[in-house]
Design a protein around this ligand. Structure first.
Ligand SMILES: Nc1nc2c(ncn2[C@@H]2O[C@H](COP(=O)(O)OP(=O)(O)OP(=O)(O)O)[C@@H](O)[C@H]2O)c(=O)[nH]1
Ligand SMILES: [Mg+2]
Ligand SMILES: [Zn+2]
Length: 356
């Protein structure tokens, strides 16, 4: 039988569980999320529902996600109810797709995040900036995987561009099993890694290569526009034969940012360093005079696309913060209205008791 320690169970988690003082409950790790139910390893696999009280007292982002340590109450053979989600060491967020201003948690308790891009038509380094920001916000250093090296026509030119980013990366060909050992070397001990990226870049093929077995369904991309078919539909965590874990995830159409504008500095250190030379401390690098960032763009020292991304990210995050603030103001108003109603009701009851 597989030990829970293989999933990363440690003294800290044990202490958190003991501190809850729950009887008849056991700790486990969420290994798959099927939407209507979860699979939790304890270490046997249990199909679990979320308890009504946990559902009631939690915001959506606090509900159990793949990677979470949870405490479950077994109720039936291989059936159980998740009672508590233990504190997370990390979580990967994004803004939910569409117009709502909600946080979606993609995976939790992650040590390494691999952002996968294919070296064929999918290749677009600009897209990686979003992942960099989002992962750094979670204090997770991204490692980029450039897959489908066998399909790249101008590999040397692409390598040159990748090298210029100055970030950790691995070149792979999942179908030829090349570069897989380099990924494995990073997921040692009981580390948890996740594969993120667009549909069709080869996340499930890489998962299978890491597992040395065909676990995850894969499907050919559409040749017309080189886009994937969203083959993987749920997140799932797998134990690797040599130790450590990998989470395969469904393809992301567009990673919409979730977080705070302050964290932008870490992802745009080149711009922040240049900004030290701007005439105004609060220079927005849009049209101010004596702006060192705009000057760098004009002289070719900074790519205009890089500054465009910076402005776009900042706008996105500020719009989100504004929406969150107005929502919380709305909630405050609603709460005040509810309180007023309770007070009025109390006063009416007082009047009534005075009369009777
Ligand atoms: N030539 C080549 N094809 C690859 C490689 N890796 C994956 N593929 C193919 O790319 C297609 C998509 O691979 P998947 O592993 O299903 O992609 P995915 O990222 O899991 O896609 P979603 O589950 O939709 O997010 C499949 O036809 C794979 O065989 C590779 O290294 N080289
Ligand atoms: Mg897949
Ligand atoms: Zn400036």
């Amino acid at each position: 039988m597989i030990d829970l320690q293989t999933y990363g169970y440690n003294n800290q988690i044990a202490a958190a569980v003991a501190g809850l003082g729950l009887t008849g409950c056991v700790p486990g790790r969420v290994v798959a999320d099927y939407g209507s139910y979860l699979r939790v390893a304890v270490p046997e696999g249990y199909d679990c529902e979320i308890s009504g009280s946990l559902m009631h007292r939690s915001e959506k982002y606090q509900l159990p996600k793949v990677g979470d340590w949870v405490v479950i109450q077994p109720s039936d053979l291989n059936k159980a109810v998740v009672q508590v989600v233990l504190p997370r060491t990390s979580e990967i967020n994004r803004k939910t797709a569409g117009n709502s201003n909600d946080r979606q948690v993609l995976a939790t308790n992650i040590d390494i995040a691999f952002v996968v891009q294919a070296l064929d038509l999918d290749f677009n380094l600009m897209r990686l900036e979003r992942y960099s920001y989002q992962l750094r916000q979670s204090h997770i250093e991204p490692v980029f995987i450039f897959n489908k090296a066998d399909k790249s026509v101008d590999l040397d030119a692409k390598l040159h561009q990748i090298e210029a980013l100055g970030v950790p990366y691995i070149i792979t060909s999942a179908i030829k099993h090349e570069g897989i050992d380099k990924i494995k070397a990073l997921i040692h001990d009981s580390k948890t890694a996740v594969l993120l990226g667009s549909s069709g870049v080869g996340k499930s093929t890489l998962t299978n290569a890491l597992l040395g077995a065909y676990h995850q369904k894969t499907a050919a991309i559409r040749e017309s526009d080189s886009t994937g078919r969203h083959t993987t539909s749920h997140r799932e965590l797998f134990l690797l034969p040599g130790g450590g874990m990998i989470i395969d995830t469904p393809g992301i159409r567009e990673l919409q940012l979730w977080g705070e504008a302050e964290y932008l500095d870490q992802s745009f250190q080149d711009i922040e360093t240049l900004a030290l030379g701007c005439a105004f401390n609060n220079c927005s690098h849009v049209k101010e005079a004596h702006c060192a960032v705009l000057a760098a763009v004009a002289s070719g020292n900074l790519a205009s696309t890089r500054l465009d991304s910076y402005h776009k990210f900042k706008n996105e995050l500020q719009t989100q913060a504004f929406a969150a603030a107005s929502l919380s103001a709305k909630h405050k108003k609603q709460r005040a209205r509810r309180m007023r109603k309770v007070i009025e009701m109390d006063e009416r009851l007082d009047d009534y008791s005075d009369l009777s």
